[in-house]
Design a protein around this ligand. Structure first.
Ligand SMILES: Cc1cc2nc3c(=O)[nH]c(=O)nc-3n(C[C@H](O)[C@H](O)[C@H](O)COP(=O)(O)OP(=O)(O)OC[C@H]3O[C@@H](n4cnc5c(N)ncnc54)[C@H](O)[C@@H]3O)c2cc1C
Length: 270
């Protein structure tokens, strides 16, 4: 998102949002009732970015992201504020597990996106070998890693815990969410809260622990509630676009709905 400048016609600050994916649309939506003029610039032919839905045999099927963590209030709050709260559908409560080292194994109880917080817990899970646990324990004694710019998830997490934790825990998790390899995914962009916490904790396990509820002896973590929207997660962007434009009676430009096909979508309002 670009910075603001004073709009010469209206006198209001002018906010230019670069990219009409869910992040840009959420920003425009949050600003829709503020005393600012908002312009969303989108390079592609449609708004919505990785959120997109199309019909297959009469059924709405997501082409990109299809699920959300219902525990995350920021996401569910956005959906509710857009008037779609009733459409949140839970996938039911279940536990994810990993097929590794010859059997299906539960993930460690305390972890952040696959990054373990507690080495004894990691050992109990059996997800990595005894040698893998020993290597992971080095995270607790290794000096702080200087991070000048971005690094890949594999480089940072592997450097702290060893490759086995990346291969058997983190990669399965991230590949499912971001459809990419840990060696190609940005640590800052995909594990953003952890990357931030890692700047104030030497140990990455401690950084992950600062983002994860502490469990009493024998207590299990609260279930992760995975949900989607009736009509597809991809049905959210068009609603945000509609609400942004509705809040701007003098909306101008050429808003292209997410199903549109003309190049360079642009929506302006405020
Ligand atoms: C196949 C797949 C499945 C996924 N599944 C899930 C899931 O189930 N749950 C989940 O939470 N996450 C999932 N994700 C991740 C999630 O989709 C993304 O994290 C999220 O949609 C990113 O939103 P964004 O707005 O930051 O970026 P994007 O959706 O990438 O949007 C960025 C927009 O900016 C535009 N743009 C880029 N550069 C410029 C420029 N210079 N000028 C103008 N416009 C520009 C792009 O064209 C694009 O429309 C999945 C991702 C993929 C690929």
């Amino acid at each position: 998102m670009a910075g603001t400048e004073q709009d010469q016609v209206s006198g209001k600050p002018h906010v230019v949002v670069i990219g009409g994916g869910i992040a840009g649309l959420a920003a425009a939506f949050r600003l829709r009732n503020e005393p600012v003029r908002v312009t969303v610039l989108e390079a592609s032919s449609r708004l919505g970015g990785k959120l997109s839905v199309s019909e297959v045999a009469g059924v709405a099927v997501d082409e990109g992201a299809e699920s959300l963590y219902a525990n995350r209030r920021r996401t569910t709050g956005l959906i509710a504020d857009a008037g779609l709260g009733e459409k949140i559908m839970s996938a039911g409560v279940t536990a994810s597990a990993i097929w590794t080292r010859g059997e299906i194994r539960q993930q460690p109880d305390r972890q952040f996106m696959g990054v373990p917080c507690d080495m004894d817990d990691l050992a109990r899970s059996g997800v990595v070998s005894a040698e893998g646990v020993e290597r992971a324990r080095q995270d607790l004694v290794l000096p702080s890693f200087d991070r000048d710019g971005d690094v890949s998830v594999a480089d940072y997490v592997g450097g702290r815990f060893g490759q086995e934790v990346v291969d058997r825990l983190v990669e399965p998790f991230l590949a499912g969410v971001f459809s990419g390899r840990a060696a190609d995914l940005s640590f800052e962009a995909t594990l953003t809260p952890l990357a931030k916490a890692a700047r104030t904790h030497v140990s990455l396990a401690d950084a992950a622990g600062s983002l994860t509820p502490v469990l009493a002896e024998g207590q299990k973590p609260p279930p992760v509630r995975v949900a989607t929207l009736d009509g597809g997660f991809g049905s959210l962007p068009p609603v945000l676009v509609r609400e942004v434009l509705a809040a701007a009676p003098d909306a101008s430009g050429a808003p292209t709905p997410p199903s549109g096909s003309s190049p360079g979508a642009r929506a302006a309002g405020g």
